[in-house]
Design a binder for this molecule. Structure first.
Ligand code: IPE
Ligand code: MG
Length: 230
């Protein structure tokens, strides 16, 4: 979710208004993905690097998220949506941790969709934390497999992302799901996050549907090519 600040600037508003407008976009995207039956959705909400912003902006973002979670909790439960957090909880304000813990535990039985919030998240730091856990477990080098490793990540039990969308024209991952993104399709759009709506999401999904995912292999034979061989 990128471009809240530039959206605000474009509208002659303070940056925080961009963040507020961004929550509406998040609502729309959750609703549309739920409708389409997309089972896992992750929002890169606050990176570890975002701590370098002014203190007032950071507290505004945390307060906004807290209010958003309060407003959305019942609706998430009604729609059978589970909330999970990726990243390190410990540095977040106490009141935010409380509401996060509450919504995560209340929704833990929900099965129709998982919404992940990457919060105080850094892909590199997640990888280091996974290594530390494995070292603590005393796992020998020869016992270490990809599935062992993936099970220590914050996304344990969830599939790797098929599609990563970044708004606002920036074309980089910025430390997002570095391990999990190995074969993700990347989609970049110049649209600022607060303007991102169902139609933009649909365009991204259409582009994704047209991509050929070979995972290092060869093109899967189409009906045409396979019938010409027989
Ligand atoms: C993304 O919008 C929101 C968060 C990182 C929380 P930005 O705040 O990065 O917006 P720009 O990049 O300044 O336009
Ligand atoms: Mg930005």
């Amino acid at each position: 979710m990128d471009g809240n600040g530039r959206w605000a600037e474009q509208h002659g508003l303070p940056r925080n208004e961009g963040h507020k407008a961004g929550t509406q976009a998040a609502r729309k995207v959750v609703t549309h993905c739920r409708k389409l039956g997309i089972p896992h959705l992750t929002f890169y909400t606050f990176s570890k690097e975002n701590w370098s912003r002014p203190r007032e902006e950071i507290s505004f973002l945390f307060d906004l998220l807290q209010a958003y979670l309060k407003d959305e909790m019942d609706s998430l439960l009604e729609r059978d949506i589970r909330l999970q957090v990726l990243g390190e909880w410990s540095d977040l304000p106490f009141s935010l941790r409380q509401i996060l813990r509450h919504v995560c535990s209340r929704s833990s039985h929900c099965r129709s969709m998982v919404v992940n919030l990457a919060l105080n998240y850094s892909g590199r730091e997640e990888i280091l934390r996974a290594c530390r856990k494995l070292m603590d477990q005393g796992l020998g080098p020869e016992q270490l497999t990809e599935s062992h490793f993936a099970a220590q990540l914050d996304t344990a039990g969830q599939p790797d992302p098929d599609l990563i969308i970044r708004t606002s024209g920036e074309q980089r991952l910025s430390n997002f799901l570095l391990y999990q993104a190995a074969y993700s399709e990347l989609y970049f759009t110049p649209v600022f996050w607060p303007d991102f709506d169902e139609s933009h999401l649909q365009t991204a999904l259409d582009v994704y549907a047209g991509r050929s995912r070979r995972f290092g292999g060869l093109e899967a034979p189409t009906a045409e090519t396979s019938s010409s061989k027989t």
